[in-house]
Design a protein around this ligand. Structure first.
Ligand SMILES: C[S@@+](CC[C@H](N)C(=O)[O-])C[C@H]1O[C@@H](n2cnc3c(N)ncnc32)[C@H](O)[C@@H]1O
Length: 355
């Protein structure tokens, strides 16, 4: 295990004292003016005052900014992001100072060394909802037990690809001694494989929180002997050959203008060629390479390229054993465009072998 693994968390705002405050008696227009000038504003009485200020900010921006085109909406979001992140909450001894604040366990878990600091209101909202998921757990149809996703770790909110994988696992008759999973996230696929009798999953992730979260989740239970983790890129330290390799990669190409990227959602130009080249060395002669994917990027017209089809056509490394597809169940979607997209969406399970 890599020992210098550093957790991802919202960075405390380093200021000595916040001059401006906002509570029920404060003038909202003046406060928004301060935000526009780039000043921090502290919510110093009740947590709900922060909610009220965010609502007022939305109201103000809706009136001020056009909201017709996609570009307008992006500009709106970026302005809201900038201004709302100047609204601060103060944290003392791992508790929010504002009265009637939610109790957010991440403050104790992630900031033990820090007894006094500030975070922005949206950061606190993010920590709060992540805490609810973690504390209450998430039921996943293919798993016996609930997942408890750690702060900052991707977890599935739609399940068609998991069902596809489960059905494949049910029929899989090959050896089940070892498997490597690249990008374990909150552990759902690894747990599915253990449920289906795999003896050992060697897993990696480039997100430190995924590794830290799973170590905590497994504790010293039997599971911790079945799933071994390494914080690292692609295969990390797992270089022994194995009978199966599993990867549920990001499904969308990284947009050009994205600053901080979410590596659970977006892949960069080299991810797939690096992955297939490394997988070639680690797959036993009769082994299977299982990749979960979707046509989401293609039907949303983000790209015409399909990284697995490209590998099969040009890579000279693997051949197709089978590809299973499953159309995605229509969820409750907001827009017509989204409904249309969803009706075309399919998740895919690619099973490749050495060519
Ligand atoms: C779509 S999520 C899948 C997570 C989990 N396996 C699941 O199916 O729910 C992709 C995961 O791969 C990880 N990841 C992305 N690029 C990676 C890389 N180069 N090496 C290792 N992990 C990576 C991300 O951090 C994320 O946890």
């Amino acid at each position: 295990m890599n020992t210098d693994i550093k957790i991802n968390k919202p960075e405390p705002i380093l200021i000595h004292k916040v001059q401006k405050t906002f509570n029920q008696g404060t003038n909202v227009e003046h406060t928004i003016e301060y935000l526009i000038q780039g000043e921090f504003v502290l919510i110093n009485e009740f947590y709900n005052d922060g909610i009220a200020l965010l609502e007022a900010l939305h109201h103000y921006l809706k009136q001020k900014l056009p909201n017709k085109s996609f570009k307008d909406q992006k500009a709106y979001r970026s302005e809201y992001f900038k201004l709302s992140n100047l609204i601060l909450l103060e944290i003392t001894n791992q508790q929010l100072n504002a009265k009637k604040s939610p109790n957010i366990g991440w403050l104790q878990k992630l900031y033990l060394e820090n007894n006094h600091f500030y975070l922005t209101f949206p950061q606190i909202q993010g920590l709060n909802s992540a805490w609810q998921w973690y504390k209450n757990g998430v039921s996943i149809p293919v798993l016996r037990n609930k997942l408890h996703p750690y702060y900052g770790v991707y977890f599935p909110t739609r399940y068609d690809h998991l069902i596809l994988f489960d059905n494949w696992l049910k029929r899989y008759k090959g050896p089940k001694k070892t498997v490597i999973e690249v990008g374990v996230g909150s552990g759902v696929l690894a747990l599915q494989m253990i449920q289906h009798g795999f003896q050992k999953v060697y897993a990696t992730d480039i997100n430190p929180n995924a590794i830290i979260g799973l170590i905590e989740f497994m504790g010293t239970t039997k599971l911790s002997r079945k799933i071994e983790l390494d914080f690292g890129n692609l295969f990390g330290k797992w270089d022994k050959q194995t009978e199966m390799i599993v990867f549920n990669p990001p499904w969308l190409p990284k947009p050009h203008d994205l600053g901080s990227i979410d590596e659970a959602i977006y892949y960069d130009k080299t991810l797939f060629s690096d992955f297939f080249s490394a997988a070639k060395k680690r797959l036993l002669p009769d082994g299977k390479l299982v990749v979960i994917f979707s046509n989401l990027a293609q039907i949303a017209n983000v790209t015409t390229e399909h990284p697995i089809e490209k590998e099969l056509a040009e890579g000279n490394r693997f051949q197709l054993e089978r590809c299973f597809k499953k159309s995605v169940k229509a969820g409750s979607t907001k827009t017509k465009r989204e409904q249309k997209l969803r009706s075309l969406e399919e998740v895919e399970l690619w099973v490749l072998t050495h060519s």
